[in-house]
Design a protein. Sequence first.
Length: 170
Amino acid sequence: MEIVRVNANFAENMVPALAALLKNTVDDGASIGFLPPMSTEEATEYWHGILNNLDAYRVLLIAQEANEIIGSVQLYLEPRPNGNHRAEIQKLMVHTKHRRKGVGRALMQAVETIAREYGRTLLVLDTRQGDIAEQLYTQLGYATAGSIPQYARNADGDLDATVFMYRMLS
């Protein structure tokens, strides 16, 4: 497995594979802002929107194996002066065929390295309470700041709590 930082020009060629990853992740029930079933068109539109500000304030990392995209994560770099010490981790995705193999952990470690390179000392993220991702983030040293009940709708139409987490980087 290789983790690569992708720029907007390079990512444009990857949109179909990135859309397939997003669709796979959402259709499996991941709480990343979309509800299943996800259309390929919706996933493609999402990625085209992300590419518009990829290099300005957003970093995209992909995990690939044998030239197949098996995971991705984004780092949003807060641009305002009072927050230029922090960044938000967004949309950690691992293809269902590659889960429980350390892909998510490797992406998180790589994104933390990038954050440090940008001088960021605080990382924040949110995830569905009780989700397997919450366990991963806790294992990686993220602390819970709090939770909000009934924050996001799930595939069954119910409302789930979201946990906000943070990690101070040394």
